[in-house]
Design a protein around this ligand. Structure first.
Ligand SMILES: NC(=O)c1ccc[n+]([C@@H]2O[C@H](COP(=O)([O-])OP(=O)(O)OC[C@H]3O[C@@H](n4cnc5c(N)ncnc54)[C@H](OP(=O)(O)O)[C@@H]3O)[C@@H](O)[C@H]2O)c1
Length: 225
């Protein structure tokens, strides 16, 4: 099968399409024919060697964690061949979903809801789970809670805004000019354009600041909390 792999850390030029054996499954695994893959910041951070402490420096490495596809071999699981699923690869630091097939534990895939397509399903796992984890850590929220989400319209923010909205908190979303409408659609009560305004220069204070841009930093965030 064809897969995307790399043998040294670097830019996108290190990526190569390689021929590899189709994976064979262990008893607790399923084989999925990949139809769609999403790319997350962690994919390029690992590729550039920015997460060496976690990824180690052994090669080849593959790329892509989230995928959606069709069950090809169900093993001993409750899935059947042909089921439409989405999921995550086993070892995100080494394995890759950018391949024709992936072998993964049957507990790392879920049935794809019929209402969404493969591309939509592949965009869910990493950012969806991260948004839920943030919400769990934030704890008690109510209608008076002022939350600022900086970098609110990437993959993570798309889920976090909608989950925060369900909690009926007051959300200020910071996004780029072209994404402000999305922020409103996903639940922001007010929006700031980071290309035109400096959120740190504003007078407003927030109970919670979630920085998904990776550019604000804790010391800056503290100033507006
Ligand atoms: N720990 C975990 O489990 C986990 C899971 C998922 C993600 N993450 C991390 O969470 C972060 C966000 O992930 P993501 O998937 O949402 O990334 P993303 O899709 O790249 O979103 C980042 C957003 O930040 C915006 N941005 C860029 N510069 C900004 C600035 N100066 N001020 C405000 N916003 C700015 C970008 O807007 P433009 O489109 O205008 O550039 C973009 O919408 C990443 O660092 C990622 O590694 C962690």
């Amino acid at each position: 099968m064809k897969a995307l792999a790399y043998h040294k850390f670097g830019g996108t030029d290190v990526l190569q399409i390689v021929e590899e054996p189709k994976p064979s499954i262990q008893s607790n695994q399923v084989l999925v024919k990949v139809k769609a893959v999403s790319i997350n910041p962690m994919d390029w951070k690992i590729r550039k060697g920015e997460m060496k402490l976690m990824s180690g420096s052994t090669f080849p490495k593959h790329i892509g964690v989230d995928f959606a596809g069709i069950i090809e071999e169900a093993g001993t699981s409750s899935f059947t061949k042909g089921d439409e699923v989405f999921g995550v690869v086993k070892n995100s630091m080494k394995d890759g979903a950018l391949a024709e097939y992936v072998a993964v534990s049957s507990t790392s895939v879920w049935k794809k809801p019929a209402a969404i397509n493969f591309v939509q399903a592949a965009s869910i796992p990493i950012v969806g789970a991260a948004a839920i984890a943030v919400l769990d850590k934030i704890g008690n929220l109510n209608a008076d809670t002022q939350v600022l989400v900086n970098g609110a319209t990437g993959g993570f923010g798309m889920f976090l805004l909608q989950l925060l909205k369900q909690k009926e908190v007051n959300i200020t979303a910071v996004a780029g000019t072209n994404a402000l409408a999305f922020a409103k659609e996903w639940g922001a009560d007010s929006v700031l354009d980071y290309k035109k305004e400096d959120v740190l220069a504003g007078k407003k204070a927030y109970d919670i600041v979630v920085d998904l841009s990776g550019k604000m930093g804790y010391t800056n965030a503290k100033q507006i909390m």
